[in-house]
Design a binder for this molecule. Structure first.
Ligand code: ATP
Ligand code: ZN
Ligand code: MG
Length: 301
């Protein structure tokens, strides 16, 4: 029997996702994954030559995330991997006495891993280990499944989602040029896919009162832009891509030296894969055959 949806959002959700018992975490259907695959291949076709590719696991070094400053700026979003430590009898005691009470939860201790909150963090220490950045800078194509402890789960805000990024490390000019070119290329991409879009200066979801000031200064300095596409509503479009200029933050943190001397600067352009796919379905509907022909071609549908 066919599922009868009560409203358009509900019918999209049912065609694309199944619940897993936890908010913001979904099983994805073949229909959704077909579009994710098309988007991944399309983004790869936009890759500049001389770009090195890495695919990271969904977990990363806790020490690296701490050193990167993530814990200071976004402690509310970070998830840490915790396990039961100790001898076999000690672990058995904890799990065997665990009934409805959650004794085993209290016995958990942090490991040296966190859940990756973004795809580009592991790149900077890798680059630092290679020594001075060559003239012309370095470009990377990275991706991983990310986790964020979000405080709401509206459509498009997942706890677990896929992020793809192009990253540039080099002189301030090289890095700014990279980001500006990507802002233009992203608009081309959205137009090819017939997605309504706008690009605006934005800020990261910094923690606390001091964070509000950091957010204001980030917008003023135009360090972050977002490409917004309607998913839930036209009035409140959703950030599906971001264009981030970190200045010398990662260069200083990890001791990365630019070819011209001085601290290397970095920038990244991030594609929220699940949001981009969702934006396509929200705009063009769930029947792929009815999608605009250029979008179908771009996605090999
Ligand atoms: P938002 O403005 O929605 O809070 P953000 O500014 O924190 O997102 P970035 O840190 O720039 O997002 O992450 C890069 C991209 O990853 C975003 O542009 C978005 O497409 C995607 N993304 C971020 N958080 C989520 C999430 N909770 N669920 C799905 N996609 C996400
Ligand atoms: Zn990044
Ligand atoms: Mg944002």
């Amino acid at each position: 029997m066919n599922y009868v949806a009560h409203n358009p959002v509900e019918s999209i959700v049912h065609a694309l996702f199944r619940p897993t018992g936890v908010g913001g975490v979904y099983a994805r259907t073949a229909l959704f994954e077909q579009v994710i695959d098309g988007l991944s291949a399309l983004i790869s076709r936009y890759r500049q030559p001389d770009t090195e590719i890495f695919r990271f696991p969904p977990i990363m070094s806790r020490a690296q995330v701490e050193k990167s400053g993530y814990l200071k700026s976004f402690p509310h979003l970070l998830g840490c991997v915790s396990c039961l430590h100790g001898t076999e009898p000690e672990i058995r005691k904890v799990v065997e006495t665990s009934g409805a009470g959650k004794e085993w939860i209290g016995a958990l201790r942090a490991t040296d891993l966190v859940l990756a909150p973004a795809a580009c963090y592991p790149i900077y220490p890798m680059v630092a280990a290679r020594g001075v950045v060559p003239a012309g800078g370095l470009r990377f194509d990275v991706a991983c499944d990310c986790f964020r402890h979000e405080s709401s789960y509206e459509l498009g805000r997942f706890q677990s989602f896929r992020m793809r990024e192009y990253v540039c490390v080099g002189t301030p000019d090289e890095v700014m040029d990279f980001r500006e070119r990507w802002k233009i290329r992203a608009i081309e991409l959205a137009e090819r896919l017939a997605l309504p879009h706008q690009t605006t200066a934005a800020s990261d979801p910094f923690f606390g009162r001091a964070g509000k000031m950091m957010a204001v200064s980030q917008v003023e300095q135009e360090l972050k832009f977002e490409l917004l596409i309607p998913i839930n509503s036209a009035e409140n479009p959703t950030a599906c891509m971001s264009f981030n200029y970190h200045q010398g933050h990662f260069g200083e943190t990890w001791g990365i030296e630019a070819a011209t001397g001085g601290v290397a600067h970095t920038a990244c352009v991030a594609f929220g894969m699940d949001r981009l796919a969702l934006a396509l379905f929200a705009t063009h509907g769930i029947a792929l055959e009815n999608w605009p022909q250029p979008a179908k071609e771009a996605l090999s549908i």
